[in-house]
Design a protein around this ligand. Structure first.
Ligand code: C2O
Ligand code: CU
Ligand code: CU
Length: 531
């Protein structure tokens, strides 16, 4: 897919540049605003580009198939502290996970078959990353370690959704019911504890969940060992292999507005390799990074098609050239290695090779597979169906020297009263007016939506109360955005419009930017679906 060719920010440029290995190997300079936590000095930082790539085999997750039936016991998933190796040459790293390895179990569920999970918190009671006690809901008045699990992309009642205040402490557990009345899709589960989830997810609390259904199965897509779940994220490490999360330099407010890690990990390993057969594979990709956008592409000689996005299959495959995956976005991709028998093929993020596929020699018994031309009909929702249009501004507040201090939606804090109250089953248009310099991946809980369009507008006039002036004709969504989504990239200087039907459950939910640093300060707001 073509990236959205609109102004990227300096910070994002830096992220791309470091991903591409453009920044100096010897001394990677920190963005002006960020410093190392007290104990760490820049020379203590691991430079992952100095590590030999492709020496660790890609780990694959344990698959959990939920028991079902009226009396089925819930799946039990335990959060714990573990130590694991992210690379052959790096000492074991302390992290938190949903299980005993860095790669959380893959829940393989079925559409319409209610699934229950008991989430068990066996984490320690002290956090090992720099908690910012000044963030909302994160003060000294609450226990330091709190967890709360959200099934991202799942349509579930509010009480099971992982509302940020519904956290529970080490020693406690919570059973959540997931009705899964929804189509086949790539979901994921991750921590959502108020003010803390940027650190909890960074520590490792994220996993994938696949929902399957008959329509998807009828396509006979590659399955079993030919379907690879791939979770992408970035981390900083110290030389002795420990996770490093940068801080602002102000001990009372260690929060930083964005986070870019030096090392790219896939399924818990830095730049791993995987052995494949010369045939078609199905890759289930997830960007689980705090802030990083991935720009993924295959080297020549391999054809790849995106067949699904956040909320399931596209109507038809889209040739994949460069896949731009914002935090929390998913992509379902078919890649054909049959022309690369006996060779190695690389998946790149910008210019950096991040995953090596070692393709076996040609073998007559390998079944050929033709990419289907039609996948699943996606009916476009007409704008006329919407009964309400809500305008939501994305705002960033800077201090006197231009450092970001706070980000808000509609200039409102999380704890202010609910202002968005869609009716159950109503269809609405939400337009995100981006007044900042960043692309924000906006996510709504409980619903799926379609992207209508994006339109350049006069930010200066808008800010100065001169009203809304469009500068160009609307841009249509990219071909890979024409399916069902639950995250939408909202680039700077544009109004991004989505159309949403609020079917599912009445109750309190939330919407937020999925850059975790933004979300926690305070780019997150409740909405309430009213019966
Ligand atoms: Cu990935 Cu509030 O969600
Ligand atoms: Cu979500
Ligand atoms: Cu944001």
């Amino acid at each position: 897919m073509k990236p959205i060719t609109l102004p990227r920010t300096r910070r994002q440029f830096l992220m791309q540049a470091s991903a591409a290995g453009v920044t100096a190997l010897a001394q990677r300079s920190l963005p002006a605003q960020m410093t190392m936590p007290k104990a760490a000095k820049p020379e203590d930082m691991l430079h992952s580009l100095q590590l030999p790539p492709f020496v660790d085999e890609l780990p694959l997750p344990e698959r959990l198939i939920p028991p079902h039936g009226a009396h089925a016991k819930p799946l039990r998933i335990t959060m714990r502290e573990i130590h694991a190796k992210v690379h052959r040459d790096v000492p074991p790293t302390r992290m938190w996970s949903y299980g005993s390895t860095p790669l959380a179990p893959l829940i393989e569920a079925r559409s319409g078959e209610a699934t229950q999970v008991e989430w068990i918190n066996e984490l320690p009671t002290k956090h090992f990353l720099p908690v910012d006690y000044s963030l909302h809901g994160c003060g000294h008045d609450v226990p330091e370690v709190r967890a709360c699990v959200h099934l991202h992309g799942g349509r579930q009642p509010s009480a099971d959704d992982g509302y940020p205040d519904d956290w529970f402490v080490p020693g406690k557990s919570r059973v959540c019911h997931y009705p899964l009345q929804q189509e086949a899709a790539t979901l994921w589960y991750h921590d959502h504890a108020m003010g803390l989830n940027r650190l909890n997810i960074y520590a490792g609390l994220a996993g994938m969940c696949l929902v399957r259904d008959d329509a998807e199965e009828a396509l006979q897509l590659p399955s079993g060992k030919y379907e690879l779940p791939l979770t992408f994220y970035d981390r900083n490490f110290t030389n002795d292999g420990q996770l490093l999360y940068l801080v602002s330099g102000d001990p009372d407010h260690p929060w930083v507005p964005e986070f870019d890690g030096d090392a790219i990990l896939i399924n818990g390993k830095i730049r791993p390799f995987v052995q494949v057969e010369p045939r078609v594979y199905r890759l289930r990709m997830l960007n689980a990074a705090n802030s990083r956008f991935f720009a993924l592409s295959f080297a020549d000689g391999v054809t790849a098609h995106q067949i699904g996005s956040d909320q399931g299959l596209l109507a038809a495959p889209v040739p994949m050239h460069q896949l731009n995956l914002a935090p929390a976005e998913r992509a379902d991709v078919l890649v054909d290695f049959s022309q690369a028998a006996g060779k190695t093929v690389h998946l790149k993020n910008a210019a950096l090779e991040v995953l090596e596929f070692r393709v076996a020699a040609a073998n007559a018994s390998v079944r050929s597979f033709a990419v289907p031309t039609a996948l699943r009909p996606v009916e476009r929702m007409p704008e006329s169906e919407a009964t309400t249009t809500r305008t939501i501004t994305l705002n960033e507040y800077l201090d006197k020297i231009g450092n970001s201090m706070l980000m808000l939606l509609n200039r409102k804090y999380w704890h202010e009263p609910v202002t968005e109250t869609p009716k159950l089953n109503a269809t609405e248009i939400w337009e995100f007016v981006n007044l900042t310099e960043d692309t924000h991946p906006m996510h709504l809980h409980m619903v799926r939506f379609q992207v209508i369009d994006r339109r350049l507008f006069d930010v200066f006039a808008y800010r100065n109360n001169k009203g809304l002036r469009y500068l160009r004709e609307p841009l249509q969504p990219e071909p890979n955005e024409m399916g069902w989504k639950d995250v939408v990239q909202c680039p700077p200087g544009l109004i991004t419009r989505i159309i949403v039907k609020f079917d599912g459950y009445a109750g309190k939910y939330l919407y937020h930017c999925h850059i975790l640093e933004h979300e926690s300060n305070d780019m997150m707001r409740p909405f309430e679906v009213v019966a």
